[in-house]
Design a protein. Structure first.
Length: 99
């Protein structure tokens, strides 16, 4: 029952926009979160605040970066793919004392 209540409270008919209630709908989105827009009894799109959208996109991008890093670590053989500090310092032409 809670899922049905949530679905009803978080959805809005496209006709509500057509009847001039866009301002009220946007205020509800700002205060209570995203709404699913229903058109011809079918979910058509989602209306959400810019802050919520940007937060979601940041989280998705972070998850992508973690996924790529995880894949790279899985494919890395430390014995042949990583440089020791000594080799790295030598490649840079430093003596290892920050000079």
């Amino acid at each position: 029952m809670a899922k049905l209540r949530s679905a009803i409270q978080n959805s809005v008919s496209i006709s509500m926009f057509n009847k001039g209630y866009a301002g009220r709908i946007f205020e509800e989105v700002k205060n209570f979160g995203a709404k699913v827009v229903i058109k011809n009894n079918i979910p058509e799109c989602i209306v959400m605040s810019v802050e919520e959208y940007l937060s979601m996109m940041d989280e998705i991008n972070e998850m992508r970066a973690v996924s790529v890093a995880s894949l790279r670590l899985d494919e890395t053989d430390p014995r042949k793919d990583l440089l020791t500090e000594d080799v790295f310092v030598e490649m840079l032409g430093l003596n290892g004392k920050g000079e």
